[in-house]
Ligand binder design. Structure first.
Ligand SMILES: Nc1ncnc2c1ncn2[C@@H]1O[C@H](COP(=O)(O)OP(=O)(O)O)[C@@H](O)[C@H]1O
Ligand SMILES: [Mg+2]
Length: 279
């Protein structure tokens, strides 16, 4: 468990503010002045941050503030305009997404991206086989999957996400919340060292959200570093050790979830008054 920064560190816009200290002290992932510009749109504009082991990090920020683009940049599905990415201290901003996946960086997407013609079990098994989403279905791999035994990692992922009984269902037969659990199961079945979750509980009810929050916390005790994007402020306070706040592609605050949510920058600049009522 980390020792998050105090509110005094707010605002911070880079490594000077620092990430929380961790027992090992070594960041799993570091973004150094990362920019992703789409023409004139500065979706990510000079983000520097560190993600530590044993820590659940959160990103809050209004729609369009660059959260998903940052996750895309970290996973190398989105091209960086400039800046450096380091995993275990090693630069990888020029590596393809498949190399990043092999470093055991797993993610879920903001919109569900399950393969519709595969069952729940097969979708999760694809994750365990280390397939990355950018590659598209590979016929040989799909063939191999048929008749394949369920690996222990897949069985454990199904159990942890409460998907027992859904194994032979197809995505279209599942509620949206259940489809999202399949995405999470697929991501954790890879045995990730870094898990990036882009609004994983969108479409879930309060009980399902609490279950996902508990799941992420149980994964943390196994040493996993996580980066969670969510709009549910209470869930972020309950789940995260350290929160980053983004606005217009920039980091405007970071620290303990409650401090960040209640900070004037976050309150007044872009989250709006209704967030204060929940904090
Ligand atoms: N592929 C793209 N091409 C052009 N603009 C994009 C693209 N992806 C995202 N953007 C723009 O970048 C900004 C940040 O988007 P996004 O990262 O999705 O924000 P968030 O996840 O915080 O809602 C938005 O203005 C969005 O319209
Ligand atoms: Mg988004």
């Amino acid at each position: 468990m980390s020792t998050p920064n105090t509110a005094e560190t707010l605002p911070t816009t880079g490594p000077a503010g620092g990430a929380p200290a961790s027992p090992g002290g070594v960041a799993v992932l570091e973004c150094d002045d990362v920019c992703v510009h789409f023409g004139g749109v500065k979706a990510v504009d000079g983000i520097s941050l560190q993600l530590l082991p044993d820590t659940i990090h959160g990103i809050i920020g209004p729609n369009g503030s660059g959260k998903s683009t940052l996750i895309g940049a970290i996973t190398r599905l989105t091209k960086l305009t400039s800046g450096r990415l380091l995993f275990d201290g090693e630069e990888y901003q020029s590596s393809p997404a498949s190399v990043v996946a092999r470093k055991r960086v797993a993610r879920t997407f903001q919109t569900v991206r399950l393969l519709p013609d595969l069952t729940v079990l097969e979708n999760i098994q694809l994750g365990a086989d280390g397939r990355t989403h950018d590659e598209g279905p590979r016929p040989n791999l799909l063939k191999r999957l048929l008749g394949k035994q369920i690996s222990p990692a897949v069985g454990e992922a199904i159990e942890r996400t409460n998907l027992q009984g859904f194994e032979s269902f197809y995505p279209s037969e599942l509620s949206y919340g259940t489809q999202r659990r399949v995405e999470i199961a697929r991501a954790i079945s890879t045995g990730p060292r870094l898990l990036l979750l882009d609004e994983p509980t969108a479409g879930m009810n309060q009980t399902e959200r609490a279950e996902i929050s508990a799941l992420l916390q149980s994964l943390r005790t196994g040493g996993l570093s996580q980066l969670l994007v969510e709009h549910d402020v209470q869930m972020m306070i309950d789940t995260c050790d350290h929160v980053f706040a983004m606005n217009f592609g920039k980091l405007i605050a970071e620290g303990r979830p409650k401090d960040v949510v209640q900070s004037p920058q976050v309150q007044e600049a872009y989250l709006g008054r209704k967030w204060r009522d929940h904090a």
